[in-house]
Design a protein around this ligand. Sequence first.
Ligand code: GLN
Length: 489
Amino acid sequence: MIFHPAHEISQKIKKGKLSPREVVEESIRWAQKLEEKIHSFITLDPEKALERAKKIEEKISRGEETGPLAGIPVAVKDNICTRGIETTCGSKILKGFIPPYNATVVEKLEKAGAIIIGKTNCDEFAMGSSTENSAFFKTFNPWDLERVPGGSSGGSATSVASYQVFLSLGSDTGGSVRQPASFCGIYGLKPTYGRVSRFGLVAFASSLDQIGTFARNVKDLALITEAISGHDPRDSTSLPEEVPPYFDELQDSPRALRIGVPWGLLQEGISAEVKEAFEDALKIFERLGFPILEVSLPHASYGIPTYYLIAPAEASANLARYDGIRFGLREIGEGDLISLYKKTRGEGFGAEVKRRIMLGTFALSLGYREAFYLKAQKVRTLIRKDFEEAFNKVGLIALPTSPTLPFKLGEKVMDPLQMYMSDLYTIPISLAGLPAISIPVGLKNGLPVGMQIVGPPLSESLILKASHVFEMESGLSDLRPPILEEIGV
Ligand code: GLN
């Protein structure tokens, strides 16, 4: 059952040919079996999931409408609020925090009939590229347990890649859905900024944060993206445009648009394996009738320094609310208020989060604001304009997702700059607020390689269609990491 696509399983469930309880039980059994090897979940909640399955079963037997994700087990990153289920953001400071409300995306998932079986591990407050910054434990890449799954949504990516759940949600501020999707051999979409409501997503860098989706094939990805998209009056940056039927539109073949490749950006730091896989993928697109040409994004190479001023600046403001009074952890200290703040924040935050708070506070401080933060905002505008110009020439842009293959655990965690470079190709797109998908384009040394397809604002449908024709031609969906056989599915 677990190897079937979600859109087929939900059809069977709706027709009463399959019981949602059976599907959820199998998913939980499988998750519990893999959990010791991969560590995708901070919280698994079998009881609530089974209760939900029962309710959906009853609804179906009464002939009521159950939604497109009826009975599908899904996982949600632990920085997305779930009513009654602990939400930690991978941080000690939020240990024990049980949100009194659901994020809009959680409401929407439930309305679509999905069943949340647990909350997934991530880098603390989504700051990182390997999930090693989780305060609790590391998550392992199902393709090679000695390697990182990418991050920060490593738990969500691995839970889908190792078939524990069919679909999951992550968040992407600078690459945290696309890069782990690439490292785990699955599909990951970061929608246009504003397409998906951020209400109930714990804020990291509010002008960049966007909830994204993971699946093992494009149809399933379209299904879950459609389910969570749309305007939400509770998020002031949410876009009012109607959501097209992404899933149904996959039936129409995409116009053979020109695909632009920013070769200038791909000169530095790219590994030979990634380059080869990327070039082979471009050949497939060419064969499918998409002409490939070069585009230039002259300011994109400033993406990393720009992002590491803007994101920490916003994070330093957003994280000020964790003061030991309002949420989670409280360390009393010496009995006065200042010492309570200091002790709580000192003990509650990990090293990377502290680094970002300090960087951000500095970048915003009097006398430096113009030199750093405001300058970064100007460069951000230039990067966005580069993309606008490129999209006058081409319909889509393609580039690798990560410059390297999944790296070894421990390899970069002591060297923040090295870690930051992982997002060389994802960050410029985030700064421009554009939608982008990471799709698997093959294996190198037994490890997955991903490629990004980027489009203009609100071109999700187009991106999904282009990915779908590639998927059909390459056969690169529902990839099975070797661990499944080792464990004996
Ligand atoms: N890796 C980047 C960072 O550490 C992006 C993280 C994200 O997208 N949440 O900030």
